[in-house]
Design a protein around this ligand. Structure first.
Ligand SMILES: *Cc1c(COP(=O)(O)O)cnc(C)c1O
Ligand SMILES: [Zn+2]
Length: 373
């Protein structure tokens, strides 16, 4: 039922091996050729596990789930143009990261691992902590000390051990990476099983469109776990003959931290080391994305592009989208600003899908401040 393959040396591992990266240090991907038995899928409970054949957890008894997923997809009017939005801020922990956490923690349970580490700007940590709590697995979550208090409280409430690291997001990642020398790394960007969860976004959109693909999908990109998952998901649907084209994948980054947008737009083979400025979109504030080249390759293959949005555009988007009844965090509103830019160039009959990734309740103080500015 598939295998793990190293991007660097092509070494292969079994899906039952407790590895999160190759012995050579390389990134692992999962090669899977899933089937999509449509009639069976449509009879199953509505949740991301309905795509059971496509999720590389071997034994059903290991599934760790809150019956999450199959989020609503609603039509939203952007100055006369229609965009379909998946409401992924409605997941049990308040962000789409539950997609990855449900699949990865199920795999961790299957591997009989008792303790993990993860680093996060907040939401991935909350998701891993919640699913570990359900599975009875211990976890240490490393976060930058500037993480909003709502996110910190959430992680601790699940019983995870919180490790607040001074300095940048990268300092936090380095601390977790070091801890992962002696502990399994439940990383949303290193660990390929997390990305096997985020790919269910593509399956749900496909099914909700009557097993068809949209023309374009607009996504926020930080470490790229969502973008890569969505690309893999569409590729698997294409290989299985369910659809006949992969949608254009459009990545949105904050202007203040846009290494992938810069690299893409300069058509460079390298991810530039940028001097990152602070951004209110802390969830996409990743200056050195570990899977950077892979993300750019995916966007290129889909004939997609990158868009950057400024701090004032993000704040304006927060104010505008909340007035429409969607209480989403600033990171999530960055995509609203990106949609506005994209629509200036889009064709009138284009079918466009996007996502609201994170709940506003996590960052209430930040939103209050933006409203008062
Ligand atoms: C993590 C996160 C993102 C970015 O996802 P990546 O997989 O890191 O690219 C976007 N929005 C929210 C709310 C997030 O928590
Ligand atoms: Zn290798």
């Amino acid at each position: 039922m598939g295998k793990l393959i190293c991007q660097s040396c092509k070494e292969e591992y079994s899906l039952s091996d407790a590895v999160w990266r190759c012995d050579c240090g390389g990134l692992l991907d999962i090669d899977l050729r899933p089937t999509f038995p449509i009639e069976k899928i449509e009879e199953r409970p509505s949740g991301l596990w309905r795509y059971r054949e496509a999720i590389p957890v071997l034994d059903d008894r290991n599934i760790v789930s809150f019956n999450e997923g199959f989020t609503p997809m609603v039509s939203l009017d952007f100055n006369g143009k229609k965009v379909l939005i998946k409401l992924d801020y409605l997941f049990p922990t308040g962000s789409f990261k539950d997609r990855g956490a449900s699949v990865l923690v199920s795999k961790i349970k299957e591997l009989r691992i008792k303790k993990v580490v993860e680093d996060s700007s907040g939401n991935a940590g909350a998701a891993i902590a919640a699913y570990c709590a359900k599975a009875g697995i211990k976890c240490d979550i490393f976060v930058p000390d500037y993480t909003p208090p709502g996110k910190l409280a959430q992680i601790e409430s699940y019983g995870a051990k919180l490790k607040k690291i001074p300095g940048t997001r990268k300092d936090t990642a380095n601390a977790a990476f070091k801890a992962a020398e002696s502990c399994y790394y439940a990383s949303h960007y290193w660990n390929p099983f997390f990305i096997q969860g985020t790919k269910t976004f593509a399956f749900e959109v496909c099914e909700q469109l009557g097993w068809d693909s949209p023309d374009s999908v607009i996504l926020p990109v930080g470490s790229g776990s969502l973008m890569l998952g969505v690309y893999i998901g569409w590729s698997e649907l294409l290989n299985a003959g369910i659809i006949n084209k992969i949608p254009r994948l459009i990545g949105v980054q904050a202007e203040n931290c846009a290494p992938l947008a810069i690299s893409f737009n300069e058509n460079s083979d390298e991810i530039p080391s940028i001097e990152k400025k602070e951004t209110i979109a802390e969830g996409i504030s990743i200056s050195t994305p570990v899977r950077g080249k892979q993300i750019i390759d995916a966007v290129k293959r889909s004939k997609g592009a990158f868009i950057t949005v400024s701090e004032s555009e993000i704040k304006e988007a927060v104010r505008w989208i909340c007035k429409k009844g969607f209480y989403i965090e600033p990171t999530s509103a960055a995509v609203v600003a990106g949609i506005n830019k994209y629509l200036k160039e889009s064709s009138p009959d284009e079918v466009i899908v996007s996502i609201f990734t994170g709940h506003g309740l996590k960052t209430a103080e930040k939103i209050a401040k933006i409203l008062n500015e």
